[in-house]
Structure formats: C-alpha cells, structure tokens
Design a protein around this ligand. Structure first.
Ligand code: PHE
Length: 354
C-alpha cells in the first residue's frame, strides 16, 4: 500500500474539515477501530522482520504527523465554534430580575436592650467594664463571700469547665465576679457597670442555660443605702420611661451584700398584657445591696470605703418593657420573631420624655 499517498490525503482531509464532527469522522476513518492506519499497524506483525521495522517507523511517523495537525485543527475549530456561539447568544437585559424577599436587618432585642442600659448607666456616670465568661472559683464564688460548701452555691446550678490545672473553672453564674476584678485594680472611687453573658444549668419557660445580666458597682467614701435607692429608682424610671413608676425594696439575702434587697416594680395586667408602672401588683426585677466588708477584704481594698452593688437580668427587662411572653424565643433564631420583635438600626434611645 502506498502509505505516503494515504497520509497526504489524510492530512488534506484534516485541513479541509470545518466542524468538530467532520474532523472526528476523519480521525475515525484513519485511526478509528477499523481505520486505515489502525489496520496497517495491526498487520505489522504479519510482515517479515526486515520490513516490520521500516514500515513500523514510517507508520508511527505518520501517526504523529496526523495527530499533531489533528489537534491543531481541533483547537482552531473549537475556538471558531465558541466565538460563533458567543456572537449568537443573546442576554435579554430587559427581563425583570427574579423576585427576592429582602428582609430588613433587625437588631436583636437583647442587643437593643443592652444598648439602652449602657446608654442610661453611662449617662448616670458609670463606666463600662467586662470580665471573662469562663471564671475561676475565686472570682465567681469565694471572693464574693460564697466559700466552699456554702448553700448559696447550690442556688447557682453551676456549669463546671474542665481545666488543665488544679484550678476550678466555671461558666460564670452571674456578672458579680466583675465586681472583684474591678475592685482588685484598686482605683477608688469606683463607678462601673458590666453587662454580659451568664450561665446556669437550668431550662424552662423562664430560664435558659445562657442569659444576660448587668452588674453595677459604686464604691466611695460614705456610700449609703439612700444612694443605692436613688440610683436604682432613677435607673428604673428612665429605663421603663415612666416617671411615676413605683418601686418596692424587699429585704433579701445575697452573701456579697449586707443589707441586701430585691427590688419590685408595680404593674397591672390588662387583657393578658402586662403594663408596667400602673396598678398595684409587684414584679421583681433586680437584686442589690451594700457591698459586704468581706468582698472588700478579699479584693484587697484597704481604704475606708463603702459601696452599693446591683445585678439584673437583661432578658427579663426586655420582656417587661417590650411585652415578649416567652424567654426561650430569644435564642431560637426564628427570623419571623426577629422581624416582629427586632429593632431597626439607627434607632436611638428616646430620652425626650424626661
Ligand atoms: N449576682 C446576683 C444574682 O445573680 C445579683 C446581685 C448583684 C445581687 C449585685 C446583689 C448585688 O442573682
């Protein structure tokens, strides 16, 4: 067979192909399963040994020649085909966009309420402090006059954290350890507040394992219960935006304050809704008292000072102010709830009522 002639016409057919399909047909004709050159290569074994070598070399040379021009052509054709497709494709820019339900971003009620509290306490002259969520036993309990085996520890349903050292670590059960951390800096007088996450192993309608508190601490010469009373009263009236809000200080017990009180505010229920600042029912909203001398001693405060402290739950304040019925909703991340109870950005605390 005159392979030289055949390869010439094969190369010409490659060159003349003007589509991927045509080119593929040429490949099959010569190098497909039953192609001219495929068969020729197969029949090499039947040739006498001297011919085998020379014919074999020739055929392989043709194969290389064929495929180098084949792939060149293939590239050319594919480029042409893509360009053609691009030219003919049409994007209709006048088509209306697919509908998307944009939800206005909302501020979570916890963030909003915390911001309100921060603004009010800041206005009242306290500065912002914070402490770690993972606390040691000393700051969360001992320094707050809650020694080991003290029954008050049981009230706290503590989450214990595994520690690599011998130290006992807990998720702080209240924000009161920030009192100790601030006092230890020993810069007096001290006027601070500390909002943040707190944890107790508890979960039902009115308790979640993680919740938020704000701590307040004022330490100076001659701080009295009268100062505490005025402070708490002013804060509550401002927060609930009710100048005639009534407060009741009920004797209570906290190991780190003496005397201690729980504060109630007045409310009434109207068609299932709670209205704060009206009516003669009482609702507890915070705990407070005068700083226990043991707390000063444990924090290394040697000066002759007194102080008051208070602590309150942020969720509870938010629920009362904004009429949210179930505490657990706060942490469900349900967008519909957030859409309903969330706050717009850029909404400022309105203090004009004062
Ligand atoms: N830490 C107390 C609690 O979690 C609240 C409190 C704070 C009471 C400061 C008195 C003074 O219940």
């Amino acid at each position: 067979m005159n392979y030289d002639k055949i390869i010439q016409s094969a190369l010409k057919e490659v060159e003349d192909s003007n589509s991927s399909e045509k080119l593929e047909q040429v490949r099959i004709k010569y190098f497909g399963k039953n192609g001219t050159f495929t068969n020729a290569l197969k029949s090499l074994s039947t040739l006498p040994i001297e011919e085998k070598k020379s014919v074999g070399e020739k055929l392989n040379g043709f194969k290389n020649l064929f495929f180098s021009s084949f792939s060149k052509k293939k590239n050319q054709i594919e480029n042409l085909e893509i360009n053609k497709k691009l030219e003919n494709d049409f994007i209709d820019l006048s088509l209306p966009a697919r509908e998307v339900n944009f939800i206005e971003a909302k501020v979570h009620p916890i963030s909003h309420t915390t911001n309100e509290i921060v603004n009010i306490l800041g206005d009242m002259g306290l500065s912002y402090e914070e402490g770690p969520d993972i606390e040691d036993d000393f700051h969360n309990f001992s320094a707050l006059n809650i020694p080991e085996n003290h029954p008050a520890r049981q009230m706290h349903d503590t989450f214990y954290v595994k520690s690599k050292t011998h130290e006992t670590l807990v998720l702080r059960t209240h924000t009161s350890p920030v009192q100790i951390r601030s006092l230890k800096k020993n810069k007096l007088p001290l006027k601070i507040f500390a909002p943040g996450r707190t944890y107790r192993c508890d979960s039902d309608m009115t308790h979640t394992p993680m919740f938020h508190q704000v701590e307040g601490l004022v330490v100076d010469k001659d701080i009295t219960f009268a100062n505490l009373k005025w402070f708490v009263e002013s804060f509550c009236k401002t927060f609930f935006e009710k100048n005639d809000l009534k407060l009741r200080f009920r004797p209570s017990y906290f190991p780190f304050t003496e005397p201690s009180a729980e504060v109630d505010i007045n409310f009434k229920k109207e068609s299932g809704k709670i209205i704060i600042g009206e009516g003669d029912k009482w609702m507890e909203i915070l705990g407070c008292g005068l700083v226990h001398p043991e707390v000063f001693r444990m924090s290394g405060v040697k000066q002759d000072v007194t102080g008051f402290a208070f602590g309150m739950g942020i969720e509870r304040l938010a629920m009362l102010k904004y009429g949210m019925p179930d505490l657990r909703d706060f942490f469900d991340s349900d967008l519909r709830w957030l859409e309903h109870y969330g706050f717009s950005f850029f909404e400022k605390t309105d203090l004009s009522w004062r």
